[in-house]
Design a protein around this ligand. Structure first.
Ligand code: 9UX
Length: 69
């Protein structure tokens, strides 16, 4: 099924950070849509849960250099 996950993303300070987070998440197979919001410090991710799980999404954000929930 297509699921929606909202993650808090901490440590973003400019639009380049937003792009980094967006790219890191959207590169993952099964991710359908990503919206990253700097002032809200969050990413809203739509993904196919038969292809990718929450842990993988969290890991992608962390690997991009940001902390998340
Ligand atoms: Mo902006 Mo972020 O110059 O990793 S890209 S601070």
């Amino acid at each position: 099924a297509i699921e929606t996950l909202t993650l808090k993303v901490f440590g973003m300070t400019c639009d380049g950070c937003v792009q980094s987070v967006h790219n890191a998440i959207s590169d993952i197979a099964g991710v359908q849509n990503v919206e990253v919001n700097l002032p809200l410090e969050q990413a809203v991710i739509e993904y196919d849960d038969t292809q990718v799980d929450k842990i993988e999404l969290i890991r992608a954000v962390e690997d991009a250099g940001f902390s998340t929930t």
